[in-house]
Design a protein around this ligand. Sequence first.
Ligand SMILES: NC(=O)c1ccc[n+]([C@@H]2O[C@H](COP(=O)([O-])OP(=O)(O)OC[C@H]3O[C@@H](n4cnc5c(N)ncnc54)[C@H](OP(=O)(O)O)[C@@H]3O)[C@@H](O)[C@H]2O)c1
Length: 247
Amino acid sequence: MNLNLSGEIALVTGASRGIGQGVAVALGKAGAEIIGTATTSVGAKGITQNFKKQGICGEGVVLNIADSDATQAALERLGTKKPSILVNNAGITQDNLLVRMKDEEWDKVINTNLSGVYRLSKACLRAMMKARYGRIITISSIIGMTGNAGQSNYAAAKAGVIAFSKSLAKEVGSRGITVNVIAPGFIDTQMTHVLSEQQRTAILEHIPLGHIGEVDDVASAVVFLASKTASYITGETLHINGGMYMP
Ligand SMILES: NC(=O)c1ccc[n+]([C@@H]2O[C@H](COP(=O)([O-])OP(=O)(O)OC[C@H]3O[C@@H](n4cnc5c(N)ncnc54)[C@H](OP(=O)(O)O)[C@@H]3O)[C@@H](O)[C@H]2O)c1
């Protein structure tokens, strides 16, 4: 099994905390140079410092994936550094029942979680096609498969990235580029810290493995899909949820 990513450049969106931070570190430890993104310069500096501390080659950059111009500009600033691995990790929630949902809540989640994946994938694709090699891995969610009351915007975006990835996998397979999705269940990050004790207990009842997942459960799967070992896997969605949902 070859999980060595030396010589590769990986762009990880939302690397300032949570799953993205863990993914960035894991890819870096596997030998890749990492460009990790945050929405603020403080966040970007924190990423660079964390990489230094962990002995990882790479840096943090500022990027708002909800903004087309900013995405283009950020990619241009990378100059000759063309990512061979893209991890579309950044995502947000703006929960509300549909009857109460504001247009801004719908638009913000779709624009970040779905259109952001479109933007970044498109921006990185040309260089990957030229190199006839690439890995695009997008973090969806169990909610994109099951739906969830109060999360119609988030569920629509997370289901959307699965269909998007299957389509793109068909478009670029002949160029040696694989496009895959990871759909985590509940993972211990800031995003799930908002859950009440009652909600946590209710969730745990539905997880056969009996506990909430760790960032590393997702990060190690990203390293695998980014590696040469996963060369024949494309258009796939990997469910990492402790058995909570089995398609
Ligand atoms: N945690 C879970 O249980 C779980 C389960 C299923 C799926 N997921 C998915 O996994 C991904 C990571 O989740 P997480 O729990 O690690 O979230 P998190 O702790 O809330 O971190 C979110 C990351 O996304 C970045 N981000 C937010 N809006 C952005 C934007 N407009 N442009 C660029 N970056 C942006 C944040 O950057 P700043 O620090 O600059 O704000 C942060 O780095 C998300 O796509 C989420 O939907 C999470």
